[in-house]
Write a protein that binds this ligand. Structure first.
Ligand code: C5P
Length: 218
């Protein structure tokens, strides 16, 4: 069904280093993206998983590229593309420190915190959507703590993707780190349609998302 389809999945957090030991990151576990990649591979798709720093066993997956930062993730996506389908489940840091200090940053003599200048990271999902060889189907994720619906709809527009899978990361039992999730899928071409996949294991959520991908592609 997905045989020979070239599919990208991004997953996990990114770490943006201030010095060799400190970074800006987030609590994404990479589980949802990794489960989607496994599900797609079962259907004989040619899956590339580009994943940030996570503690996950990924031995079953054929093509895994482990990265740390958003810039590395973006480079890996460019190097391994183009793709027929892209699923961007990574929780990419929007910013990175402008410079990474060569040695561990020390407390200043005044005791005042150091000014940290940030610069914007590449928007991987947006770049995929505006590329000349855009995949036929591009799916983004939205991890939000509030105004889920508004944020999902504005993300569809701003990023240029076809679907947004939105989840509420403020709920303790689902989302970041958990084996469970509850999501709502929003569609660019059908603003009135939203499909809720109620609380279940991330592996089961993945199966339901992949079913929809198969239907869309075939
Ligand atoms: O962080 P944000 O809410 O904007 O993420 C929404 C979507 O955009 C997710 O699919 C995420 O993987 C993607 N994204 C990205 N590159 C970024 C920021 C977000 O690919 N720099």
């Amino acid at each position: 069904m997905l045989k020979s389809k070239k599919i990208l999945v991004t997953a996990g957090p990114t770490y943006e280093y201030l010095d060799d030991i400190r970074f800006i990151g987030n609590r994404s576990s990479g589980k949802q993206g990794a489960e989607i990649a496994k599900c797609l591979q079962k259907l004989e798709a040619d899956v590339t998983l580009v994943i940030g720093p996570v503690n996950l066993e990924l031995a079953g997956l054929n093509k895994v590229i482990r990265v740390e930062s958003a810039v590395q993730m973006n480079d890996a996506v460019i190097e391994t593309g183009p793709f027929d389908i892209a699923i961007c489940a990574a929780a990419v840091s929007d910013w990175r420190p402008k410079v990474k200090a060569k040695t561990k940053i020390k407390k200043s003599s005044t005791g005042k915190p150091q000014f940290l200048e940030l610069v914007e990271n590449p928007d991987i999902l947006k770049n995929i959507c505006i590329a000349e060889n855009r995949p036929d189907l591009v799916i983004g994720f939205a991890a939000e703590t509030n105004d889920l619906l508004t944020n999902a709809r504005s993300k569809l527009k701003n990023k240029g993707c076809d679907w947004i899978v939105a989840n509420d990361v403020s709920k303790k039992n689902i989302g970041f780190g958990s084996d469970y999730n509850e999501v709502t899928i929003h569609y660019k071409n059908n603003p009135n349609k939203k499909e809720k996949l109620s609380l279940k294991r991330k592996s089961e959520i993945s199966e339901e998302i992949v079913d929809r991908i198969v239907n869309q592609i075939n």
